[in-house]
Design a protein around this ligand. Structure first.
Ligand code: NAD
Length: 296
């Protein structure tokens, strides 16, 4: 099952998995896009069935997973890819409607599909693999607050579900992808129009140019779905041009400041001394995520 597989990265994941022999349910909120991807797979000799559904509708998510079980006899792998960017805005210009929709699709959609899929996987007793989709924006890119928060939530869900489901033989990992897609075009268009001026004001640097190929990301997803990664769970795998890496889990950084007396003055001293080297870099530029190193 690949959600949001009517275009972009999701279509690449569905086509690559089918080329490796998977029978794929191709989901998208747009029925015509889902049908197109499924038709390309079938014409190439693969096995695919389109299923239009909005992932953040509980009943539609349930019907989506049921369609996979009914059509193909079960669900072995889920790529929780459907997601939206929303509007690139500073928090003071964010709107209720956009903020709610981004969280609905990216967090609740990912969650609802995973709930139904994991129930079917547990019922089958044969395990499975879930690949969630996060983003470098979880680190806090300027103008990407809600989108980044939604992807930070997806990373946290990945860590938690990996533990929840390990004893059922279900692995849960995530990809932090990159590719030139409709979503990237949308981001670039926004930065060239309404978001451009504020991007300059907040010092947002959009790194242009190089992106991994769709097929690079698809290879990572197929690896994470397959038995070749059977020892991996709870990992967020980052794709950059020519490089694969692991995104770090949030940790309590060492050294900690011992506090004998909880006063403003003592805390100010701790922040000036023992914690000074641990302060985190807010407002990362796109593409700079890889320059960070975990604190030990
Ligand atoms: N393109 C990148 O560089 C990049 C970087 C980081 C993360 N991502 C993530 O990768 C995923 C795919 O991104 P993309 O660039 O291919 O985007 P895209 O906009 O090109 O494609 C997303 C697809 O999801 C579908 N979709 C949207 N809302 C849906 C819903 N509620 N239910 C079902 N389908 C829905 C859309 O119709 C579209 O076909 C997203 O989760 C995105 O946040 C992309």
């Amino acid at each position: 099952m690949v959600t949001g597989a009517g275009s972009g990265l999701g279509a690449a994941y569905a086509e690559a998995a089918a080329a490796l022999g998977a029978a794929v349910v191709v989901n998208d909120i747009d029925p015509a896009l889902a049908a197109d991807t499924a038709a390309r797979i079938t014409h190439a000799g693969g096995s695919a069935a389109p299923f239009a559904a909005d992932v953040c509708d509980w009943d539609q998510a349930h019907a989506l997973i049921n369609s996979c079980v009914d059509r193909f006899g079960g669900i072995d792998g889920l790529v929780n890819n459907a997601g939206i960017l929303g509007r690139l805005r500073p928090v003071n210009e964010e709107t209720q409607d956009v903020a709610r929709r981004v969280i609905d699709v990216n967090v609740l959609g990912t969650t609802f599909v995973a709930i139904h899929a994991s129930r079917a996987m547990v019922a089958s007793g044969t395990g499975g693999a879930i690949v969630n989709v996060t983003s470098g924006a979880q680190c806090g890119y300027a103008l990407h607050g809600i989108y980044g928060a939604s992807k930070g939530a997806v990373a946290t869900l990945t860590y938690a579900w990996a533990v929840d489901l390990a004893h059922q033989g279900i692995r849960v990992n995530a990809i932090s992808p990159g590719a030139h897609t409709g979503m990237l075009d949308d981001a670039i268009a926004q930065l060239r129009s309404e978001a451009g001026e504020v991007a300059d004001q907040v010092g947002y640097e959009a790194e242009g140019g190089e992106h991994p190929e769709l097929s690079d990301n698809a290879a990572v997803v197929c690896f994470l779905l397959s038995d070749a990664s059977d020892e991996l769970t709870g990992q967020v795998v980052r794709v950059d041009p020519g490089y694969v890496s692991i995104m770090t889990h949030p940790l309590v950084a060492e050294p900690r400041g011992h506090v004998a007396e909880w006063t403003v003055e003592r805390l100010a001293t701790a922040f000036r001394t023992v914690l000074a080297g641990n302060l985190q870099p807010p407002g990362l530029a796109v593409g700079k995520v890889k320059d960070l190193r975990p604190l030990h």
